[in-house]
Design a protein around this ligand. Structure first.
Ligand code: IMP
Ligand code: MG
Length: 399
């Protein structure tokens, strides 16, 4: 039995949703540990496409326990919306299979409004998702968060909100009235608080279980090691799985780095291998590169080997899942950035749905081998399409 953290090694949208969904079959518990509903995870199961932004991907498997850890910032209204959406697909969600850490900070309406107002006014935009993620993390560090457990007691809630609103009302054109906000929160309180649990204690006790920690965003959006200031406001690296859930770091030995066979990025900021030509358009169209959350077009480019080498180092990646290799199928030649560009021949044949490594065209095998060589980590899984079964397992055990 072991624990595994799954992280994106680029700018997010590498395909974590699919891999977490696949590997959650071998897991007992799936934990989100950072980010909020800025994340977008697309899961394709048969004819149903699930788009999750807050709930752990394991939620769609009825026999799994899912956990939202304290490292997440949680919009309680969005939580209930997403729960209702997923329930409408016939999935059972109750407190026996969804737990939220008591010390999880909440995203409030004033966080979202501040996020959007700043983006609108900024001379240099970050291109945030406008969900209030950044301001909510600021309040956490500023010691003025409302945490989920504060909803349990109206006296405490009022005290905490007085502190928060004293700060926020100074930043606003019109003040938020505390009674109005308490009333709003009290309306959803019972529904939200039922999931509230001492998650760290619970998780550390599950020594005979496989726990899968599901990262959101990507390593290049990490607030410390990403392309600052064009980053998200949380640590997205594997180490955060520990701090964002309370599971001791030495209990999470396996790190799977989800890596797209090319590069994409949403929002502003530097991107070394960005393409502005028809190859970039081709990747965007074939790869359906539109943001799950914002619907924005993703910027596309070639694989950036030094970048992934570095993020694998930072995360301690033990195995790579190479995603969307089929998006490269039609290309005449394929480039990899490594100080200068290496050009490799394309395979110009469909790899969609291939499930055995042997069945890949030789050029695709060479491309994968080159990535392994340049990054210095072995590829343990290859994705050849969005569906669960469009996957090559080079390695069968990830926990
Ligand atoms: P924020 O996290 O909404 O503050 O946005 C900060 C930056 O992170 C922006 O460039 C967003 O586009 C990017 N970002 C946030 N979440 C995701 C994600 O799940 N995938 C890809 N990019 C994201
Ligand atoms: Mg995404």
């Amino acid at each position: 039995m072991g624990n595994l953290v799954v992280v994106g090694t680029q700018w997010g949208d590498e395909g974590k949703g699919k891999v977490v969904d696949l590997l959650s079959e071998q897991a007992d518990i799936i934990v989100r540990f950072q980010g909020g509903h800025n994340a977008g995870h697309t899961l394709v199961v048969g004819s149903t496409t699930y788009k999750l932004s807050l709930l752990p991907s394991g939620i769609i498997r009825d026999d799994k326990i899912t956990v939202i850890g304290n490292g997440v910032v949680l919009d309680p209204w969005k939580l209930l919306e997403e729960i209702n959406l997923i329930k409408s697909y016939g999935v059972n969600i109750d407190k026996s299979r969804l737990m939220i850490a008591e010390n999880t900070p909440l995203i409030m309406p004033y966080h979202r409004e501040l996020d959007q107002a700043r983006e609108a006014e900024a001379s240099k935009k970050i291109g945030t998702t406008g969900r209030g993620i950044g301001p909510a993390y600021e309040d956490k560090v500023g010691r003025r968060s409302i945490r989920i457990s504060d909803l349990r007691n109206e006296v405490i809630l009022r005290e905490r909100l007085e502190v928060a609103l004293k700060h926020h009302n100074k930043l606003r054109n019109y003040p938020i009235k505390i009674d109005w906000l308490i009333d709003q929160l009290m309306q959803i309180k019972d529904e939200v608080v039922q999931y509230c649990m001492p998650v760290a204690e619970y998780l550390n006790e599950q020594t005979d279980k496989n726990i899968l920690f599901e990262g959101a965003q990507g390593s290049m959006l990490d607030v410390d090691f990403g392309t600052y200031p064009y980053v998200t406001s949380s640590n997205t690296l594997a180490g955060m799985a520990s701090l964002g859930s309370g599971v001791a770091h030495n209990k999470i030995p396996n790190v799977l780095g989800i890596t797209k066979a090319y590069t994409t990025r949403v929002g502003e900021g530097p991107m070394t291998t960005e393409l502005f030509d028809e190859v970039g358009d081709h990747l965007a169209i074939v790869g359906k590169e539109k943001g799950t959350v914002t619907g924005r077009d993703r910027r596309c480019g070639w694989f950036d080997a030094p970048q992934v080498r570095k993020t694998c180092m930072l995360n301690g990646v033990t195995s790579i899942a190479l995603m969307k290799i089929d998006v490269l199928d039609e290309l005449e030649e394929i480039k990899i950035f490594n100080k200068e560009y290496i050009t490799m021949p394309g395979w110009k044949t469909s790899t969609i749905g291939i499930t055995k490594f042997e069945d890949l065209p030789i050029e695709a095998k060479e491309y994968i081998a080159k990535i392994e060589e340049l990054v210095g980590v072995e590829v343990g899984l290859i994705s050849t399409g969005p569906e669960r079964d469009q996957t090559i397992f080079k390695k069968d055990a990830f926990f």
